[in-house]
Design a protein around this ligand. Structure first.
Ligand SMILES: [Zn+2]
Length: 432
């Protein structure tokens, strides 16, 4: 197999990224078709079969298949084409011109997630040019609408075109590498929390505001909210999150001397605690129509995020027990609410390929499975039994990470180049 001329690949990848960043796919409205056509065109030019899937006028997904010998099931590289809106007044660089300055490329989507999308695309181009003897197909999927909930993106695809995601493994956004406690830590998101919003509905008698009342629905609701706020919940360890903290503790990034010390370290970190418990926050309250009318109905919305594998009905009942008021109904906001999100295995061929690739460049890196506390498109694939990980093989600096939905979003050329090489290397290890 010929050696890869990486400097030439880097230069080509950078050109592709800059042109891609100039295509404005701000969602709403998205208008991702030109982006789908741009990426697809590059793959087609290389002789890779491409399909464009129109979901709405102006909104297309792009899907490409580089064929393997069929002895293993496909591997999907998946990314979203849309970006979130910019607050133009807070940007010092034009957000859609891909300005290259001091080794950084600026533009909306550089981090979230056109940069990683191009790393994936370049992995396909390179695999094709190298003539990699693939044991499994290598697929590429760029989707619309991730930033607005994916109903016109991955959500639509799994329902209407499940053949496009009928794979064994998938890689998408979620987590990445970063510096932590003096070590380079690569967190591979094998799972994520899933939403289970609840509505509390308190009822009372109503009446005139000039009387003495003992049955005010709003007071009833307020007391229930205080009980929920004071509810102490324990930490729940699962195989992936247990491995995550164990590996961090081994590396000295987290205090894991005893189980108590480990629990204390977890509870001390706001970003870490939600990986070990269901969370609940009251985010909306609605009651009352007039100053002198007692509200006979008061409502609150609870933003609940559950650990994978947790039963939603069980959770609803636990909340109702803490509310402890038969005049307050505890209801699901989503109808129907899925019963649970299955937990995806972390100790797989894909994880080992990632670990080996990362270690080939960052010898003493910590590579650990983790869980994202927000939602990504991975949830649609995991629900179908696909081992789908959220992981960009790049070390994002704190500044780069601020680019997620932030101002002056950029990716450094160095981060991007390493990401291109590692994405290809993961493909090579998993597919040959
Ligand atoms: Zn994203």
């Amino acid at each position: 197999m010929p050696d890869i001329d990486w400097p030439a690949v880097h230069a080509e990848a950078l050109d592709i990224l800059r042109e891609y960043l100039r295509i404005d796919t701000t969602n709403p409205p998205g208008n991702e078709a030109p982006a789908a056509r741009f990426l697809g065109g590059l793959l087609e030019a290389e002789g890779i079969p491409v399909e464009y899937v129109e979901i709405d006028p102006g909104r297309e997904a792009v899907h490409a298949r580089l064929g393997g010998d069929g002895s293993k099931r496909p591997f999907l590289l998946s990314n979203h084409l849309d970006v979130v809106p910019v607050e133009a007044a807070h940007w010092t660089k034009p957000p859609f011109e891909a300005v290259l300055e001091e080794g950084r490329v600026y533009g909306r989507g550089a981090i979230d997630m056109k940069g990683f999308g191009v790393m994936q695309l370049v992995a396909l181009l390179t695999a094709k040019r190298q003539g990699l003897p693939l044991k499994r197909d290598l697929w590429f999927l760029g989707t619309p609408d991730e930033e607005a909930g994916s109903a016109r993106g991955m959500g639509w695809i799994v329902e209407h075109r499940p053949d496009l995601v009928d794979v064994e493994f998938a890689l998408n956004e979620g987590d990445s590498g970063r510096l932590s406690g003096g070590r380079t830590v690569f967190s591979v998101a094998a799972n994520e929390k899933f939403g289970c919003p609840l509505r509390l509905v308190a009822t009372g008698a109503g009446g005139h505001g000039s009387f003495i009342h003992t049955d005010n629905s709003m007071v009833r609701l307020a007391k229930a909210l205080v009980r929920l706020d004071e509810w102490q919940r324990g930490l729940t360890f699962a195989p992936d999150t247990r491995a995550y903290v164990d590996r961090l503790a081994e590396a000295g990034v987290l205090d894991g001397g005893t189980d108590e010390a480990l629990a204390a370290s977890i509870r001390a970190r706001r970003g870490l605690t939600p990986m070990f418990m269901n969370t609940l926050n009251v985010t909306m309250v609605n009651a009352g129509v007039k100053r002198n009318v007692l509200p006979s109905r008061s409502e609150a919305i609870l933003d609940c995020r559950l650990l994978p594998g947790q039963d939603t009905e069980e959770w609803r009942q636990q909340v109702a027990e803490v509310v402890a008021d038969l005049e307050i109904a505890v209801e699901f906001v989503n109808d129907p609410q899925p019963t649970a999100m299955p937990r995806t295995e972390w100790d797989t061929e894909l994880f080992h390929a990632i670990e080996a690739s990362v270690r080939s460049v960052f010898e003493d890196a910590v590579v650990a499975p983790t869980m994202t506390i927000g939602a990504t498109d991975n949830r649609f694939l995991r629900a179908r039994g696909v081992v789908s990980y959220g992981f960009a093989p790049a070390v994002y600096s704190r500044e780069e990470n601020n680019g997620f939905h932030g101002n002056d979003e950029f990716i450094s050329v160095e981060t991007f180049n390493t990401g291109c090489e590692l994405t290809y290397d993961i493909v090579r290890r998993l597919c040959t």
